[in-house]
Design a protein around this ligand. Structure first.
Ligand code: FES
Length: 159
């Protein structure tokens, strides 16, 4: 039985004519699967490879080159909370903020809370240096994040 739903399979197949080679669909396909399942399992890698006439190792190589994707045993939470640790944010307390969030959420960066609500990550510059220290709540910038603001943000995401 397929781990990829029929709509996801169809969506991947719909992308194929838009690219010069099937291999070029690897990254968009990984994003589709990751968005839908919050992880890309080994079985999903095999199925993506079949759809794109690739060897599973080629899909796996692309997936692991970008540290963005979660694989087996690493399911993302409902929200991905990125704390920037780029230079501007570092100078304005990013490491203390990361420390605070890890304690508050009882996870290390890269892990998901026990309730499955939040995956905490660190990021390099997220393009919001004027609001350092900054976070990304999925793809939404949150600027000037004090530990108090982080607490509010976490409370909001947990509710
Ligand atoms: S260094 Fe954090 S947003 Fe640029």
């Amino acid at each position: 039985m397929s781990v990829l739903s029929e709509p996801i399979r169809q969506e991947i197949q719909r992308l194929i004519p838009r690219y010069p080679r099937k291999q070029a669909v690897t990254l968009p396909a990984l994003h589709l699967v990751h968005d839908e399942y919050r992880t890309v399992s080994s079985e999903a890698i095999v199925e993506i490879a079949e759809l794109l006439d690739l060897h599973p190792s080629e899909v796996h190589d692309t997936m692991t080159f970008y540290e963005f994707f979660k694989g087996d045993g690493q399911k993302l939470g409902e929200t991905r909370l990125w704390v920037c640790r780029g230079l501007a944010c570092m100078l304005r307390g990013a490491y203390e903020l990361i420390d605070h969030c890890e304690k508050k959420l009882d996870v290390r960066c890269g892990q998901t809370t026990a309730d499955g609500k939040i995956t905490l990550e660190f990021a390099e510059c997220i393009g919001a240096c004027d609001g350092a220290p900054a976070c990304l709540k999925d793809d939404i910038h949150v600027m000037n994040v004090t530990t108090e603001r982080a607490d509010d943000l976490i409370k909001d995401l947990k509710s």
